[in-house]
Design a protein around this ligand. Structure first.
Ligand code: NAP
Ligand code: 8YV
Length: 312
């Protein structure tokens, strides 16, 4: 008998066929009547497969008496109530490191786009506006000051990429990181005041909720550009719209949003804003690696072997 797994969220690039060679998979996200499916399978479910943005609530955890493991296909696991899982002794796994390169690549791509106006230029050409005139001058990227909010696995790779652009790098986190050569700012607002670009790459959740607030955006300033590849919850979105409208912030490039897939309509028409639909890890190669790691954790658990990447 294969262990039964509840899949609570779909994931572009997740190999459900491969998963089904090991497990019986119940896809809650495609059930016509999720309540009916849950009522039927809850007594038998031994594992949950989820994603970095889906919710695994205490109520769901409590509803599954045989639950043994929650495997998240994503490095961020702020949607999972880890405390509720811990109370039941249920381990949670995630997918660290395998996505570092692609998320860092996107962060740099967004930074360059917001600064140099690549998407804006593309819109200009496609709309047939070029014969009537070009686009406004943009801002140079190379040699500028980059502030990184979060100097963890991905933050470090962003810093390495930015070093190739001769950028002067500084960072903020709760603690100074000993093995990086960059300047540390204990206060985020100080980092923002000393940056041309602020790239946000911290975990979501209560502790970082609206960490990037109006004061931080105003400190970044009228020429400053905010890049968020972390979680929408980390940036005060209403304050972001306000600062952009007033010209208090120069621009923004956003992969993540507070209520994604809903994006504030006020941002849609702003030429100094780049918007993408949470694609940080969305390459074939990285999604395959994330899927493999998620499945490897599940397989290890049910084989009685140590988990590869349990969350701390
Ligand atoms: P990580 O290695 O755990 O690094 C997190 C960094 O954030 C650390 O430097 C940590 O340092 C800092 N941090 C944590 N809490 C903080 C706080 N309250 N204030 C200031 N700094 C804080 O994580 P990672 O693997 O780099 O991933 C980071 C996050 O990126 C994920 O959790 C996820 O939300 C997001 N992400 C997004 C995408 C995407 O598709 N856009 C893809 C992957 C990841 P201290 O502990 O010293 O504060
Ligand atoms: C995924 C992410 O796109 O790993 C993360 O934390 O945000 C992304 O890699 C996300 O897990 C999809 O829900």
């Amino acid at each position: 008998m294969k262990p039964e797994i509840l899949s609570v969220a779909d994931f572009a690039g997740f190999d459900f066929a491969l998963m089904e060679t090991h497990f019986t998979v119940h896809r809650l996200w495609r059930a016509d009547d999720p309540e009916k499916l849950l009522a039927e399978v809850a007594p038998r479910v031994r594992g949950i497969q989820t994603t970095g943005t889906a919710t695994v609530s205490p109520a769901l955890i409590e509803r599954l008496p045989k639950l043994e493991i929650i495997a998240c296909c994503g490095v961020g696991y702020d949607g999972i109530d880890v405390a509720a899982a811990r109370r039941r002794g249920i381990p949670v796994t995630n997918t660290p490191d395998v996505l570092n390169d692609c998320v860092a690549d996107l962060a740099i791509g967004l930074l360059i786009d917001a600064s140099r106006g690549i998407a804006r230029g593309d819109r200009h050409v496609r709309a047939g506006r070029w014969p009537k005139g070009g686009v406004p001058l943009a801002a140079r990227v190379s040699g500028k000051r980059l502030g990184i909010v979060g100097m963890g696995r991905i933050g470090r790779i962003i810093a390495r990429r930015a070093s190739g652009f001769d950028m002067r790098i500084a960072y903020h986190a709760r603690r100074r990181v000993d093995d990086v050569p960059f300047a540390y700012h204990a206060k985020l607002v100080d980092l923002a005041a000393d940056s041309d670009y602020l790239v946000v790459i911290v975990p979501g959740g209560r502790e970082t909720y609206r960490l990037v607030n109006e004061a931080v955006m105003r400190a970044l300033g009228p020429q400053g550009i905010l890049v968020n590849v972390a979680r929408g919850s980390v940036v005060d979105e209403a304050a972001l719209v306000k600062c952009l409208r007033e010209g208090a912030l120069g621009g923004a490039a956003l992969d993540v949003f507070e209520a994604e897939p809903r994006v504030p309509e006020a941002l849609w028409t702003m030429e100094n804003v780049v918007l993408v639909p949470h694609i940080g890890s969305a390459t074939r190669e990285t999604r395959a690696a994330m899927c493999k790691l998620t499945l490897d954790n599940l397989v290890a658990h049910f084989a009685g072997r140590p988990l590869l990447t349990p969350v701390a």
